[in-house]
Design a protein around this ligand. Sequence first.
Ligand code: LLP
Length: 450
Amino acid sequence: MVGEPELEPLVGPPPDEGPIDRSLLPFSATADPQGRLSVGGVDVLDLADEFGTPLFVYDEAHLRDRCRQAVAAWGDGVAYATKAFLCTAMARLAHEEGMCLDVSTGGEMHVALSAGVPADRLVLHGNNKSEEELAAAVAAGVGRVVIDSFDEIERLGRLLEGSTRGHGGRRTADQPLSVLVRVTPGVEAHTHEFVRTGQDDTKFGFGLASGAAKTALAAVRANPALEAVGLHAHIGSQVFLAESFAEESRILGRFLAPLRLPELCIGGGLGVPYVAGESAPSLAEWAAAVLQACREAGVPERTRITAEPGRAIVATAGMTLYRVGTIKELPGLRTYVSVDGGMSDNPRPVLYGSGYEAFLPRALDATRPRAVRVVGKHCESGDVVVPDARLPADLAVGDVLATPVTGAYGYSMASNYNKVPRPAVVFVTGGEARVVVRRETDEDLTRLDS
Ligand code: LLP
């Protein structure tokens, strides 16, 4: 056990005593006359009984709807940022709904390709792509590589020279690799500093202010094996202000306008509400703000302006179900409600001080007068799931407790800390549930050991 960590930075206003705000739930959430929650036409408590807890539950119709909204807002080329949540079923779903896929490692690329997503629908990111990752991308024929460093330009040059000589690559000399150059626009997005990426002091991309972006573009253009098709930038994640993206777009747009590049990708980062009272622009409002700013900056009509949302596609579609194991009341201090997961299935409260809400799926419309701290089962005090939760008065050991808006960066950042097996993931729709990622077993915990 470690000492008491600093819990002060945990943010978000404590939720009020009212029932959970239904706008935080997936679209298909309904309650029966007794207040029992169903998602996708499936009773949530039955899901907990059948598949166990902790359990990630995604509303498949919600996921599909968000993908469609993204394609409607941005047009062809908009990519789902798979780092937010990726498994075979999710890769297929995003592809079926017309999105490209943003993959930021060889591992994400592997999952997308093995799910059957055509390589030309993939965009490969990464500030430190290895030779193996680049070679795999070239061999598969990925649609776009986003160049992040001068070393990478050199590495790709060497690799493509090799592949045109018949070293296993599919490309030929007259088929240059399409690349975007990642630019750092010098924008400080209003979000947590760990997920802010657009400022000058960053490991990502080439700075505009320093002139590095211009030099990188010239280096790419000087290499016949590479074709610079556009610019890319990403200012950060969980950004609530459309104006931050508009500012980014104006800066990039002014740089791009004279360059005759056919594409501009402004990255991901659209925020989503996690607790009652927060609000974020819609996918359509986000796109409209960016398009308008690009036009103001002189970006020609024919330029394809696109984006790569992750969180905004999957966050609200997902929720986590836990089982309450103990309730500990410390008189005059607080009540701790321990659940059967924690920082291994949702490290965001620990990493970023992220706020969440909690509710009981058996009593969706119940008031929540009881102020508690929901904690996990891991061996440290920082293992907090919801720092300031409100729950119904009759909360009891054995209850299924849900945290909504856990569809993004929950499962994807899950770990086996304390050798806790990772939860299962189910997609629900039309009254059916299907397991898309099975629960890990104790055997899985030793399968890499020798
Ligand atoms: N494009 C690039 C180049 C990115 O780096 C990211 C996220 C995205 C798109 C998608 O951003 P989104 O739309 O999901 O905000 N683990 C953190 C978030 C890290 C985001 C990293 N990059 C969290 O849990 O809040």
